[in-house]
Design a protein around this ligand. Sequence first.
Ligand code: GLC
Length: 539
Amino acid sequence: MSVESNWYQNAIFYQVYPRSFMDSNGDGYGDFQGLISRLDYIRGLGVDCIWLQPTYPSPLRDDGYDISDYKGVYAPFGTIQDFKRLVHEVHARGMRLISDLVINHCSSDHPWFQAARNDPSSKYFDYFVWSDNPKKYAEARIIFVDSQSSNWAYDEKVGKYYWHRFYPTQPDLNFDNPAVREEMKDVLRFWLDLGIDGFRADAVPYLYEREGTNGENLPETHAYLKELRKLMDEEYPGTILLCEANQWPRDVRAYFGDGDEFQLGFHFPLMPRVFMSIGKEDASSLVEILNATPAIPANCQWCTFLRNHDELTLEMVSEEDRQWMWNFYAPDPAMRMNLGIRRRLYPLMENDRRRVELAYSLIFTLPGSPVLYYGDEIGMGDDITQFDRNGVRTPMQWDATKNGGFSTADTTYLPAIRDGRYGYRSVNVAAQSDDPDSNLNRLKRMIEARRASEALGWGKLEWLTSGAPLPVLAYRRTTGGDTVIAVHNLTGESRPSELEAEDGVYQDLLDSGMAVTAESGKLRLTLGPRQFYWLRKVG
Ligand code: GLC
């Protein structure tokens, strides 16, 4: 298998929320040109691929995940020509770009829904899922639990209910209708023709509804997703699909198919367990979930992450762990949302860099391609006074000038974080660029170290510690030519550690550069509070 064609299996992804990234024309709104002007910065982080969040025309009732035209761009971002230029500039820097594909639902402003609603005899009526009876599909859970009491909304004009897994302004499309299935294939072609490298496919578990099921991960859904992948393989070879399925590992496993569905899938259940491991100073839940994670086809990979644009989801933990997470990480009820926590990484960790770096270290050394969320590399804060999940989507903080250098406008789409410990005057890219000990530069060095090790990217995983609790977590990653032992002390005290290891000299790939020797099959070392090493066998 060539490394080049399977680049995504060992790649660093960077998630860009374009509305808040960089405004080039002073209208208070991020745009393509602004993003282009910051591509060197992104490349400088060591990023292989940008995940660009939705840039389609939209009334923004779910921040762009409510699309009113699948083949256009929201005017404040620029034009399709600008989008093409963006793709070109990304490629010119040796990076790739995937964008969000939201097929489960569109906006209620979409002409399809408008036509359906205005004329039930129109062909678009059957693009949506209608019912006289709002008790249908009663086993499907509600996702936005804070604001929704049903997955059905009544349409006065039509005199029927329509199905929506998210907000009522996002009617679900009817995948039983072959015309919808074809429309979506055309949408894929439209964007792939513009040269993008693939998609992060939004909310894929919910495409079909069937009575007596929870309407998630249905066989029909997998069959259709495989058709999309086939289309991509045949017509746009080398393009990729990343799956957003917030599900248990065995259910996400199905989205990899036999290597003929998604190449990539987010590992949702791992994410809260990284936070639990650090908060509880015990990594046993993390080991447990990885042990319960089935093997995936050779051409696939997990995507790991710490934060994204949504609430830190607690759907994939037990009720007891959810309460624990809320109490520990979201003591103020305003920090909670749906079944999750609407905060950013640094505030979650109380701005304690040791804990943040422990978290990064775990996702950089465990199997999977890491996805970084814009702004977390510098330690941005959140603004829980903002509506919905907007508090984790505030403008990128480039420098200490007005709006953190994001925009020259007086009013921006969302206000930049100005005050306090996370304000743009102190937390910004410019201030951190020249300081070797800044959050930014330390993270860059971690990324570099991860990229330098074949084993951390491709290696098999073996646990070197076991049992519960697990205050020290160690594991070995190995490929033919490279062995790295990653060891983490999750506690706030020094810990001696003795690990099974092949005799020889091991050297830290990270800043410490420390070397230790394993003798008689044992590697002995003492870790300081919340310290970690990536020990590569060098002799
Ligand atoms: C996904 C997106 C989220 C959006 C939802 C509905 O979960 O990440 O932001 O609200 O889908 O499209």
